[in-house]
Ligand binder design. Structure first.
Ligand SMILES: NC(=O)c1ccc[n+]([C@@H]2O[C@H](COP(=O)([O-])OP(=O)(O)OC[C@H]3O[C@@H](n4cnc5c(N)ncnc54)[C@H](OP(=O)(O)O)[C@@H]3O)[C@@H](O)[C@H]2O)c1
Length: 304
């Protein structure tokens, strides 16, 4: 009916067949690919529910949660700019989301309470497991962009999982230092270092890295500078670029040319969606239906 609801039109989402029972709240939110991933999953499981986008101003966030509960929603995702507001608006927060300071998945519990969690970190870990067949605990990770929102989620989850080693770097180094400091209780200092973002520092560290993660926004624009100096990638590297538009960034192309295994940001988007679905329904998600929905949505958004 609507590609995007507001709180004023939300009641009409009950007229959908099946009725809306899940959503993503954001501002802006019209670009979100989550409906194209979750609606095929709901259909594949025979669940009588639709997933919709709802544009909500930050000042209306608490009212939005109230309205969704009133309308019988099962849960909602939360995106920019509400992830921190969501943390303060729910009744209970899981420890990883609390540490991250951001909630992106809310469940409306049968007892009337709201529970906030964050699927970004678990989505990253599952993507690495599923796409590379690798366990985070065995990996020495270099994280580019550790000071951003996505980078923070990767850093916290890698530390929570007990990765072998974590090297954090960020254009504004003080932010990487802050993240490293916040992880002191999870990883001893000899397993968590920060690095100045210079060609020499990268050249020195890369021979001792298994997984390189790009959590910066560099790569979205074809004119962006290269993230790593030429000639440093080798076939032993795993490269995880969180950017998914374009699907093949300079970093992914350079990694493949060097014989390294590389993936783009689609798997993280997929596996964080899988995680949200499994939290809401307490059952395995139909991953292939979600992957197909997402791939089709990306293909149609790239051609439009
Ligand atoms: N695949 C997924 O599911 C998924 C999920 C979330 C995000 N992402 C992607 O991850 C990227 C970051 O998103 P975010 O939400 O974390 O954004 P954010 O909070 O705004 O962080 C941006 C990061 O990029 C760095 N950066 C920006 N411009 C740079 C430049 N010219 N040179 C070096 N570093 C630069 C920033 O460094 P400073 O701190 O110095 O500014 C910061 O570390 C985006 O491409 C986003 O699309 C993907």
């Amino acid at each position: 009916m609507f590609s995007c609801y507001t709180l004023e039109t939300l009641a009409q989402s009950a007229l959908l067949d099946p009725p809306a029972r899940l959503s993503v709240l954001g501002d802006p939110v019209a670009h979100s690919l989550s409906p194209q991933m979750h609606n095929p999953a709901l259909a594949a499981c025979g669940l009588e529910a639709s997933y919709v986008r709802i544009a909500v101003k930050n000042a209306d966030f608490t009212r939005a949660l109230h309205d969704l509960r009133h309308l019988g929603f099962i849960g909602t995702n939360v995106t920019i700019p509400h992830k921190c507001t969501a943390l303060d608006s729910v009744d209970a927060v899981d420890p990883a989301a609390r540490r991250l300071g951001a909630v992106n998945t809310i469940s409306f519990l049968p007892d009337g309470r709201t529970l906030g969690r964050n699927s970004d970190g678990p989505g990253f870990v599952r993507a690495v497991q599923q796409e590379f067949g690798a366990d985070i605990r065995d990996l020495r990770i270099l994280l580019l962009g550790a000071g951003g929102g996505a980078g923070g989620a990767v850093a916290v989850q890698s530390a929570l999982e007990g990765c072998r080693h974590l090297t954090l770097t960020n254009r504004t180094q003080s932010k990487a230092d802050e993240v490293a400091h916040s992880l002191r209780d999870l990883l001893p200092t000899q397993r968590c270092l920060t690095l100045p973002w210079t060609p020499q520092a990268l050249a020195d560290v890369l021979p001792n890295i298994d997984l390189i993660v790009n959590a910066t926004s560099l790569g979205m624009d074809p004119t962006d500078p290269a993230l790593l100096p030429d000639g440093l990638l080798t076939p032993s590297h795993l490269v995880y670029d969180m950017v998914y538009k374009p699907l093949t960034t300079h970093l992914v192309a350079a990694a493949r040319t060097a014989g390294a295994r590389a993936i783009n940001g689609l798997p993280m988007l997929l596996w964080q969606g899988v995680q949200s679905f499994e939290w809401w329904f307490d059952r395995p998600a139909p991953v292939q239906a979600m992957r197909d929905g997402l791939t089709a949505a990306i293909a149609s958004s790239s051609s439009s």
